[in-house]
Design a protein around this ligand. Structure first.
Ligand SMILES: Nc1ncnc2c1ncn2[C@@H]1O[C@H](COP(=O)(O)OP(=O)(O)OP(=O)(O)O)[C@@H](O)[C@H]1O
Length: 277
């Protein structure tokens, strides 16, 4: 690893064991690095291996999967760490934001209790301080009526608001790396735009290193410094937005760009209308 890098993934292979005992390769020898303060976009269609590669790095795959390769975080190979150590990295150093914010919260508990629980095991704070922290996260994420929101259950809040809270919670842990796996896919286009603005702010203000996983080129066009394209478990292209959209040599990338560009034009039209509402 050089000084600029915060994560270096080398020759990552993931095999899955089928019921008949046969092994099939779902991640085929991928290597990439994430630089400090950089936002790396991982782009690919459904099933291309975006989530699996992240899960493998974070130790989130069960024993049906056989993983080879290395993933250096601050010169430590995550692949060689114990499950306990990986769990502590996931809480403190590497924050993960998932597709559906509803699945991150327990439907039976009020938002305040869930937020407090996130911090309780990591921070030594009094009840009062935890309450103040919860309010401050909501204010930072510009959530109105923050006192009311804390008393609500997850189903009483919109998907966009829950995702904002998830992002706020992830950031409150001051992670070194933020991994967002399709964080806007279950949200309408206007809220998606607002959430993307949050990610842009995070990048500009906090300098957090980010990996942003999506199947949608338009979504990462605003935040990603570099985009890595995956197809059938392999990295087929890598470069900045301009390279991906105008100079990609790989036929799959070109096909992806052509089809996304059309959607992107429509998406931008919707957003422009939304902004002037
Ligand atoms: N539990 C599983 N058991 C076996 N194979 C799996 C399992 N989960 C995913 N796969 C396979 O791994 C490959 C990569 O899946 P992955 O979820 O990483 O794709 P993705 O690019 O993140 O797509 P999506 O956006 O739909 O999640 C796919 O071929 C998928 O069928």
């Amino acid at each position: 690893m050089n000084d600029k890098e915060i994560l270096r993934v080398k020759n990552l292979v993931v095999d899955v064991k089928g019921k008949n005992g046969k092994r099939s390769e779902i991640i085929k020898n991928i290597s990439f690095e994430l630089n400090k303060g950089e936002c790396l976009g991982i782009l690919g269609e459904s099933g291309s291996g975006k989530s699996m590669s992240m899960k493998a790095i974070l130790g989130l795959l069960d024993s049906h999967f056989i993983i080879r390769g290395s993933a250096y975080y601050k010169n430590m190979d995550l692949m060689l760490e114990t499950p306990e150590k990986l769990r502590s990295y996931r809480g403190n150093d590497i924050a993960v934001i998932l597709q559906n914010p509803m699945t991150c919260f327990d439907p039976l508990f009020r938002m305040e209790d869930q937020m407090k629980e996130t911090w309780q095991s990591h921070l030594n704070l009094s009840k009062r301080e935890l309450h103040e922290k919860a309010l401050s996260v909501l204010r930072t994420m510009q959530i109105p009526n923050e006192r009311d929101v804390l008393r609500k259950y997850p189903h009483q809040l919109s998907g966009g608001m829950l995702q904002r809270i998830t992002i706020g919670l992830a950031l409150s842990m001051e992670p070194e790396i933020l991994i967002a796996d399709e964080p806007t896919s279950s949200i309408d286009a206007i809220t998606q735009f607002e959430i993307m603005k949050e990610f842009q702010k995070i990048k500009e203000k906090c300098g957090t290193s980010m990996i942003f996983i999506t199947h949608d080129l338009s979504v990462i066009s605003q935040v990603a410094d570099r985009i890595l394209v995956m197809n059938q478990g392999e990295i087929v292209d890598m470069g900045d937005f301009k390279h991906i959209t105008t100079k990609a040599q790989d036929e799959y990338t070109r096909h992806l760009v052509r089809s996304k560009m059309m959607v992107m034009r429509q998406y931008n039209q919707v957003l422009q209308k939304g902004e002037t509402l």
